[in-house]
Design a protein around this ligand. Structure first.
Ligand SMILES: *Cc1c(COP(=O)(O)O)cnc(C)c1O
Length: 809
């Protein structure tokens, strides 16, 4: 714990090296040291884990289970050290032993079991639950391959498999004796029992074993250790019955085993788009069935209560619709295994589930073909069908006013199962992830459901764990904050607001300036090592890091860069604060326009970075393989945070919060949580531009926007598009034609040209503000001061009091 000194740690490291690895410190590699350090942390964590479980049992606590297909936890060594109060001492110990702490921590391969915001949110929530001492656990999938590793080759994204388990992963604990059996396919037989009730039996199912791997979720210096349980698929009884058949069976069975292990083989790399593959559906049911079976058997073990009272002890949050089969799975278990009647089962089910919606993008709303679902999960399909029948009948009789809406509300419609509808109907709570997003759900996307179930809808604005995203990644800034306002903010992040008193104190501003500059130097060094490019650490670090998507408008950003480049070429001596534009982004492998945008950014970089005419006033850096660890390196060094989505499209965003918390100023649209940042800091402390959500939605509904008109009237825009079309930025003329055509002939669906002029002007404002150091630093400190509101601790408190109703233990 916090009393651990560097001296003691050095001793532990050397002893463990000797006794467990037979190594002398001088012969140990970075990897050896990493494993020994992880083992020391585990020695600390394990007894606390045991004790936490004992306490939950003793107190009979209500638990929340967070079901998610993604947990983007990144690397754990540093955060576990921090939570155990050993981080500073370990850094010292490592240095004294002649090792570079950064390099030791870098030995851990990121657990990239998520695509982006949704998966990272799940990780931040677990962190806050444990740190606030709430009984809350995650259920997810142990993908053998996480999100692909991105390489940039000749400017193009190339995807490599992410085999993150190739070295031993020291945080996971396999629990063979808690394996669970999952059934796919098969036949369902119905019997009438003597009392007239129905009984369902399944035959000829394909059985799969779900093996749990538990990862400890450590609370911040409070002795609490919760659990993230990740399921792995294995063939049933792999080395007995199956593989002991004859020779010909042997290969057949190996095949069979392989196809089963494929269920947890890899994470689908699609962000905000629905991947309609049977394997993905198998993954979803695999997660859901193992988790719900586990929850029910734990309830029975821990409480001497009827399952009718499940909701007194259990609440289940489903992260987007991906785990929404949990609803019919709960019904199945209650009816077929626990012999509940329909009404009693439905009563329990609809009081135990709560659903979080993450997007209104139509391409991301999940549906599954009826045929596929019925074949793979026959009993589950029967239950969904029955839920649908009863729901539609209910509207027909009880809500006559909206009878004509039934086809748009039915869970089964057009031969597809609509998962969001299933999730709403089967949950007691439906929440959006930022105020504007929840309002759009209520007024537009889900307005008919809101009409029937107004009490279910609520907002929970996303958050980020300030322990990782400030305390851990930015020790210089954290130290300075603590020097100024004391350490209370670490436990109560809203106390960052005390910084406001000092936001104009010149000596303090100077210190903040220095910290930011140190961080920029460190990032510049990193960029140099990674790319060979020298960036000016006095330049404005302008950062856009997030998945690559049309609605996030990386294109608008790179168009602005091209515009600046064109201006400088015409007038090389114009007075301009040097800028470094930093990008990090993965594109879904099948998303053509997104990949073209990556190519464009890299192509522009290769021209701009080496053009002597512009005298290093512009640099464009694309850092490959954006992931949690890379985010941790970039964020502390950012001056400007680009949050420029087409208004109404970004449900919340969390990158915006991480950057704000590290003193970057937001340059963005009034979208997602940017609006709530703006409420706090005001227009004078951020740079807002562009169409509002209402304006965007009005154009979508009524037309009236013509991208071609802007092309024809704005010379700057025309020049850029013509440069694209004429191959000025490509190895050949067809290189960026698709981008060109999408903007001019598909009428620029994300309003890049419409927002171009205000975007440029806003950048000019930001550049001028940056030159006024005092004002800029005051703005920066003001942002940090208000950022405590976006700690996921705050978000979790709201989930707890409005939805989960948990008690602190
Ligand atoms: C925070 C985070 C995201 C989400 O970023 P947005 O800007 O909100 O889209 C995505 N990926 C990683 C690795 C993150 O850390």
């Amino acid at each position: 714990m916090s009393h651990v000194t560097a001296t003691l740690l050095k001793e532990k490291i050397t002893t463990k090296l000797k006794t467990e690895k037979g190594l002398d410190v001088n012969d140990a590699s970075n990897k050896d040291i990493y494993y020994v350090l992880a083992s020391i942390v585990n020695d600390e964590i394990m007894p606390q884990w045991l004790e936490t479980e004992r306490r939950y049992k003793e107190k009979n606590s209500k638990q929340v289970y967070y079901l998610s297909m993604e947990f983007l936890i990144g690397s754990l060594i540093e955060s576990n050290l921090l939570k155990c109060g050993m981080l500073d001492a370990s850094k010292q110990a490592l240095e004294q032993l002649g090792f570079e702490p950064e390099q030791i921590f870098a030995q851990e391969h990121d657990a990239g079991l998520g695509n982006g915001g949704l998966g990272r949110l799940a990780a931040c929530f677990l962190d806050s639950l444990a740190s606030l001492q709430y009984p809350g656990h995650g259920f997810g999938i142990r993908y053998r391959y996480g999100l692909f590793e991105q390489r940039i080759i000749h400017g193009n994204q190339v995807e490599l498999p992410d085999y993150w388990l190739k070295d031993d992963y020291p945080w996971e604990n396999r629990k063979d004796d808690e394996a669970i059996c999952i059934h796919f396919h098969g036949d369902v037989h119905m019997f009438k029992k003597n009392d007239g009730s129905l009984e369902f039996k399944y035959e000829n199912t394909d059985k799969v074993m779900a093996i749990p791997y538990d990862i400890p979720v450590v609370g911040y210096q409070n002795g609490v250790v919760n659990t993230l349980r990740l399921w792995s698929a294995e063939a049933f009884c792999r080395d007995h019955d199956d593989l002991n058949g004859g020779d010909s069976d042997f290969y057949h069975n190996l095949d069979h085993q392989h196809s089963i292990e494929q269920i947890t083989g890899f994470l689908y790399p699609d962000d905000s788009s629905h991947e309609g593959k049977e394997l993905r559906l198998k993954q979803q049911y695999f997660l859901v069935s193992s988790s719900i079976q586990n929850i029910i058997s734990d309830f029975k073990k821990n409480h001497q209560l009827s399952l009718r009272r499940l909701t007194e002890k259990v609440v289940i949050q489903i992260n987007d619709t991906h785990p929404s089969l949990a609803i019919p799975e709960m019904m199945r278990i209650l009816m077929d295994e626990e012999h509940f009647g329909w009404d009693a089962a439905w009563q329990v089910t609809t009081k135990v589930f709560a659903y979080t919606n993450h997007t209104t993008l139509s391409e991301a709303l999940e549906t599954w073909p009826v045929d596929m679902l019925r074949t793979l999960l026959p009993r589950i399909y029967m239950i969904i069908d029955e839920i649908n029948e009863r729901f539609c009948k209910g509207i027909w009789y009880d809500h006559k006013e909206i009878r004509e809406k039934i086809p748009n509300m039915a869970i089964v419609a057009d031969e597809r199962v609509h998962m969001a509808r299933l999730a709403i109907v089967g949950s007691f709570s439906v929440n959006g992830v930022a105020r504007i997003h929840t309002e759009i759900l209520k007024k537009q996307e889900m307005k008919d459901f809101f009409w029937i179930f107004p009490e279910r809808f609520n907002n929970k604005t996303n958050g980020i764990t300030h322990r990782r995203w400030l305390l851990q990644v930015n020790p210089n800034l954290s130290g300075l904050i603590t020097d100024v306002i004391g350490p209370q903010w670490i436990k109560r992040p809203k106390q960052l607001i005390s910084l406001l008193k000092y936001s104009k104190d010149p000596s303090l501003l100077e210190k903040f300036d220095k910290v930011k500059h140190e961080n920029k130097k460190a990032l510049a060094k990193f960029i140099r090592e990674r790319t060979g490019i020298l960036v000016d650490d006095q330049s404005i670090f302008d950062v856009q890091i997030k998945r690559l998507h049309e609605y996030k408008r990386q294109l608008l950003n790179i168009f602005h860069v091209i515009y600046l480049y064109n201006e400088l070429k015409e007038n090389p001596n114009q007075d301009m604060t040097p800028r470094t534009f930093i990008f990090g982004a993965k594109a879904a492998p099948s998303y053509h326009l997104a990949k073209e945008t990556i190519k464009l950014i890299n192509t522009v970089a290769s021209i701009v970075n080496y053009d002597p005419d512009i005298q290093d006033k512009l640099k464009v850096i694309f850092l490959e393989n954006y992931n949690v660890s890379l985010a941790e390196k970039i964020i502390p060094a950012a001056d400007i945070s680009e949050q420029i989505s087409t208004a109404s499209k970004e449900a919340s965003g969390t990158g915006n919060m991480k950057l704000m918390m590290n003193g970057a100023l937001t340059l963005g649209t009034l979208d997602g949580a940017n609006i709530e940042i703006n409420d706090l800091v005001g227009n004078e402390n951020m740079f807002i531009f562009g169409l509002t959500a209402d304006e965007v939605m009005h154009y979508y509904q009524h037309g009236g926007y013509h991208a071609m008109d802007i092309y024809n009237t704005d010379d700057r825009v025309k020049r850029i598009l013509d440069q694209l079309n004429q191959g000025e930025f490509g190895s050949n003329e067809i290189e960026f034609k698709d981008i060109y055509y999408n903007i001019l002939y598909h009428n620029d669906p994300y309003f890049v040209l419409k927002d171009f002029e205000p975007y440029i002007e806003t950048h000019e404002l930001a550049e001028r503000a940056y030159r006024d150091r005092k004002t800029w630093l005051t703005m920066s400190v003001t942002n940090i001061a208000y950022s405590g509101k976006f700690s996921s601790d705050q978000t979790i408190q709201e989930y707890v009091s409005d939805i989960w109703k948990l008690k602190q233990v």
